[in-house]
Ligand binder design. Structure first.
Ligand SMILES: Cc1ncc(COP(=O)(O)O)c(C=O)c1O
Length: 357
């Protein structure tokens, strides 16, 4: 039976909200009124076929690639779907990191892939370990899929490690798909896209998580031109053309990305400092300390996570993402970067709920 749904997405859309919502993954929403654009600059219909030229240029400039490598897509979600759909035939073997963002696995399964996992373990600080990829890869592997920064842990994979994974992929003629939707949350010496590391790499990204611009659905894929063309053609089967006003707004946003990111960075950093203090005084929780990113995965050392999260919601009005969505039973994920007051109160409530266990 073909896999036709995402349990995580349904939960996120219907169950994740709470007064103290730590079940987030990206920064807070950037308000339209702060974008320097007037209604007279907008239009409903315009010239967009295989990409809106000014948007193609703006994304290419941001990523320092040629425009014919850029495929615009509705968020990283559609970018991932298109990239996988262009590369995978039913029955193909796909290696996906574990734990990972559930939609990556669900999409590969929907496309009929035979999914195998390679481990990023808590013991190793969730690092991307080429030895684990080597252990899992076979001559049948068509695609290796990972996130960088890693969702849920926010751990950064360094370039030499990515190169090693790329070499492994090349040894069996596979591609590497890197979801980079959190990568720009590395606020200093932000790494370039892994697309630049070799022809085997395909990267996806959007303005959602690090910029608070989810509603624009401004996502993209970076792929070699022949593959990019195939993805554009495939997209005709899914969504024809994007919403033109969103394309216009995305061009404006891309002109002001640095200041948009700066605003959110302050919140993320304040939240991370609070998380550090919180972890220092909790004995019932462990988590890797990360320098960047908007999510953290916490290990509940004792007790049942589902019961803990139900109690946290019912008695403390606080939500977090159950680890089961990442294949981690005694864990939960929390998000930074929305509102420091809310985050601080949410952490305190987690602390009180732990004490009352
Ligand atoms: C790793 C990862 N990729 C993609 C997405 C979805 O991104 P977008 O909103 O750009 O579709 C998410 C959202 O949580 C994510 O965590």
């Amino acid at each position: 039976m073909r896999h036709r749904h995402s349990d995580y997405m349904e939960w996120a859309k219907t169950q994740s909200r709470a007064k103290f919502n730590l079940a987030t993954s990206g920064v807070g929403a950037f308000p339209l009124r702060q974008l320097p654009v007037g209604i007279e600059q907008l239009e409903i219909n315009g010239e967009s076929a295989y990409g809106y030229a000014p948007l193609q240029r703006a994304i290419a400039r941001k990523c320092t690639v040629d425009q014919d490598c850029v495929v615009a897509a509705a968020g990283t979600s559609m970018a991932n779907h298109l990239a996988m759909a262009a590369l995978i035939d039913p029955g193909d073997e796909v290696l996906i990191e574990h734990p990972t963002y559930e939609l990556l696995t669900s999409t590969a399964l929907y496309l009929g892939a035979s999914v195998k996992q390679f481990a990023r373990t808590e013991a190793s600080g969730y690092t991307l370990d080429p030895a684990e990829v080597r252990r899992a890869i076979t001559p049948r592997t068509k695609l290796i899929v990972l996130t960088n920064l890693h969702n849920p842990s926010s751990v950064l994979a360094p370039e030499p490690v990515l190169r090693e994974v790329g070499d492994l992929a090349c040894s069996v003629g596979a591609h590497v798909l890197v979801d980079e939707v959190y990568l720009d949350a590395v606020y200093e010496n932000t790494p370039g896209s892994s697309y630049h590391l070799g022809r085997e790499f395909i990267a996806t990204n959007s303005l959602t998580k690090v910029y608070g611009l989810s509603g624009l659905r401004c996502g993209w894929i970076l792929a070699q031109p022949d593959l990019a063309r195939a993805m554009w053609r495939l997209n005709d089967l899914f969504s024809s053309i994007p919403a033109y006003p969103a394309e216009l707004l995305s061009v404006v946003a891309l002109e002001h990305l640095d200041s948009i990111r700066e605003r959110a960075c302050k919140v993320v950093q304040a939240d991370r400092a609070l998380l550090g203090d919180f972890l220092n005084c909790q004995t019932g929780i462990s988590a890797p300390r990360t320098q960047w990113g908007t999510t953290a995965i916490l290990h509940l050392k004792h007790g049942d996570v589902e019961q803990f999260l139900s109690r946290l919601r019912a008695e403390y009005e606080t939500s977090a993402v159950p680890g089961r969505f990442f294949g981690l039973r005694s864990y939960f994920r929390i998000g930074m970067g929305v509102d420091t007051e809310m985050f601080s109160e949410g952490l305190q409530r987690i602390g009180r709920a732990l004490k009352a266990t």
